[in-house]
Design a protein around this ligand. Sequence first.
Ligand code: NAD
Ligand code: GLY
Length: 369
Amino acid sequence: MPTITEGNPTTISLELKNDHYTVLVGSALLKNTAALIAEKTSIPSKKAAVVTDSTVGPLYAETVVSALNEAGIETCLITVPAGEASKSMEQATEICREMLRAGLDRKSFLVALGGGVVGDLAGFAAAIFQRGIPCVQIPTTIVSQVDSSVGGKTGVNTPEGKNLVGAFHQPQLVLADVDTLASLPEREFNEGFAEIIKHAGIRDATLLDLVEKKESIREHLIELVSRNVAIKARVVEEDEKETSGTRALLNFGHTIGHGIEAAGGYGRFLHGEAISLGLVAAIRLSVELSDLSETDGNQLIAALSNYGLPTVLDNDISDEAILNAMQRDKKFEGGAIRFVLLNQLGSAFVSSDVTSNHLSAAIAGLRSA
Ligand code: NAD
Ligand code: GLY
């Protein structure tokens, strides 16, 4: 079980087989980046790369770079274009080359400052640079604070599919500063609720009580992010490398969701929006094939709608495009489908009873409310 100490910041400690690290969730953390690294990690280096994107960099990089420089850490700032297209092998190579040109070596460390795209991409660069250097994650979106910065999954997309090249590389520290969420546009803020509602569905139905306080949710961000980090941390502690099946439960809604995201060309939907549609399909399949009640299923779908997330799929994205993209997904093992269903609110399992006919029907069902 992760250790949780509430406050500002709230501290969540993960204990893994060969690793342990801290996630701090609070406000005004960025300006204390160097002090927190010194306090919470054993990273000895005086040389770092801060990797960010073209939207987050102008907002927050100076605070982080200044904090590191003031602590005597020489820092090179690397900025990639904002957006999913940057999560590529080419961009990971370019980051590694920039770090080499800046004189970083295997004793250096990397700070990933941004949303899930920067976290996955820069985390992957940290995993492969000189066979692996320490990484500090500073997530700046809801998705990255509640999900992607914790657990060590890093990677890039290829034309063949999403996240198909990557590495497990646990961060040494995660600084989730909720102040950064104030600059997130509403659409990007809301998309994060797909992963939050997923967490409620698979592990903690009581989280819905907090999620449903939409009007005042910004007053509860430390609690919201910490509770989600605790859920994710617990799953990762139980099954770090996704071998026992527990971590696979985090893929609830992602099989069809990733298919929709790819079929939309990675530009049409934000990640959380595609996952919202995948969740709706998986919720309906859980009602049809498992013991989830229709009322509980509808409560989850209403929570998605409440945050403006899509629950109905436009007709111009074909079933074929979605199904083709799904075939390339890692969750299809040797052609068999490992599909996550809910048996009740807060409880999920991996089913092998979901057929491709069920998937086609579930996608068709998304086209009407
Ligand atoms: P993102 O990183 O693309 O961020 C969304 C947009 O918000 C970007 O344009 C970004 O520049 C901007 N932005 C980020 N922080 C901001 C801020 N504080 N203020 C203003 N703008 C800001 O997308 P995301 O939703 O954070 O992450 C999605 C990615 O995360 C996907 O690639 C997905 O596959 C990945 N992911 C990974 C895991 C994992 O376990 N590794 C889990 C979930 C999602
Ligand atoms: N986001 C899925 C996982 O971390 O396993």
